[in-house]
Design a protein around this ligand. Structure first.
Ligand SMILES: Cc1ncc(COP(=O)(O)O)c(C=O)c1O
Length: 394
């Protein structure tokens, strides 16, 4: 589907080329040795939008950081964003604040399922899904995505078999999908919605990557697909991934279903996950009300980075296959020509060259011949990473 935004901008206003030193900032990603280059955990090496920095600065200048309320403009900024960016009409009353998408999913698991129940995910998938399901003493049930002719798709037969198990109570959808970079089609989502409804399984749709798509490409919000999808789901959304403000800890649980909303709000409250810190509201509102252009330029930059990787790999690293991706800034590298043990393979690359990538089995056994490569960085770092990868593999 086409998105009209990108073609509006005729010149680049923002700088994504400058390398910012993130060492000694208590960054999870950059807590590495001097010669190492981290391209693993999903945050970006770009400064966030100046519009967000200004909003945070204004809040900072007040100098007092007591407890915060949640003004209506917070939910309104989500309503505006989903409408203008994804043509999806929502209402302020549908949104509940949470400190993160993972806390939303974790609270939902505890609220809507019992210990010993099955929570279904589509593997390979974001590693935290496994951890939170297990930490809640629920069973992880995987429906493997089909990997055929170098592309991923949903296996609906397997999905239905697992949804129809009476022990399965919840399905955590990743839309768009981390790590394989797929944007699920309206038809896929419709089928998921119908199958989940038929088997009485609640859908939690994690849409944190929804704004990082290739230029002119849109994703489809799960809840926008049909009344059935809308009423049987809670969507988790945030500005944190696409504006690089994960440390601000701000997200929203969205559902128009009043019963689900009452229960998720209670669960967020019980788990102390519903209180915004002093910067969460200012950063979120600035992102969604004033971040359009920065985001579009960032998406263009990521797209160019993707093309750089594809060209580089084609010309320099025979045997490596980059799985086609229309969303996220994470590339899923098929290394089956080199290994079926991604953990030791990634460790060896790191030891030899200092390049720190995520190993595929973090995302389930289905990732055993894959590495995940985070390309959200200035091109200079990307080229350094590619050069290290070539040295390790060739
Ligand atoms: C699919 C997905 N969901 C959730 C998160 C983390 O969300 P939060 O930091 O808001 O808990 C990530 C981070 O990489 C992610 O990829």
């Amino acid at each position: 589907m086409k998105c009209g935004f990108d073609s509006r901008w005729t010149y680049m206003k923002y700088d994504f080329d400058t390398v910012t030193d993130r060492r000694n900032t208590d960054s999870v990603k950059w807590d590495v040795r001097e010669n190492e280059l981290p391209m693993w955990v999903a945050d970006m090496d770009f400064k966030t939008a100046p519009e967000i920095l200004e909003a945070i600065q204004r809040r900072l200048d007040n100098g007092i950081f007591g407890y915060s309320t949640l003004p209506e403009e917070w939910a309104l900024s989500y309503v505006h964003w989903w409408d203008k960016r994804h043509s999806f009409k929502t209402d302020v009353s549908w949104f509940s604040f949470c400190t993160g998408v993972i806390p939303i999913i974790s609270c939902a698991i505890r609220e809507f399922t019992e210990p010993g129940d099955n929570v279904l995910i589509q593997a390979p998938v974001y590693n935290a899904f496994y951890n939170i399901i297990r930490n809640c003493d629920r069973n992880v049930v995987e429906s493997l995505l089909t990997y055929r002719f170098g592309e991923y798709s949903m296996d609906f037969e397997d999905l239905e078999a697992k949804l129809s198990d009476p022990g399965t109570k919840m399905f955590v959808l990743c839309n768009p999908h981390n790590p394989v970079g797929r944007i699920w089609s309206r038809e896929d989502l419709q089928k998921v919605g119908e199958l989940c409804k038929k088997h009485g399984v609640l859908v939690i749709s994690d849409e944190i990557h929804c704004d990082i798509t290739d230029p002119d490409i849109l994703y489809t919000p799960f809840a926008s697909v049909s009344e059935c999808c809308m009423q049987n789901s809670i969507t988790a959304m945030a500005p944190t991934k696409c504006f690089n403000i994960a440390g601000i800890q701000s997200a929203a649980a969205m559902t128009p279903n009043p019963d689900l909303r009452t229960r998720i709000e209670k669960a967020l409250y019980r788990n102390l996950a519903n209180e915004p810190n002093a910067f969460a509201v200012a950063a979120t509102v600035a992102a969604f009300e004033h971040g359009d252009r920065w985001l579009d330029e960032m998406r263009n930059y990521i797209y160019q980075n993707k093309q750089t990787v594809l060209d580089y790999v084609r010309n320099n690293i025979p045997g490596l296959y980059v799985v086609p991706s229309r969303a996220t800034y994470l590339l899923w590298l098929d290394c089956s020509a080199f290994t079926s043990d991604s953990l030791s393979f990634a460790a060896e690359i790191r030891r030899k060259t200092g390049l720190f990538l995520s190993y595929g089995t973090q995302y389930g056994e289905a990732g055993k011949q894959f590495l995940r490569f985070n390309i959200a960085c200035p091109r200079k770092l990307l080229l350094d990473g590619l050069d290290r990868l070539r040295r390790a593999l060739c």
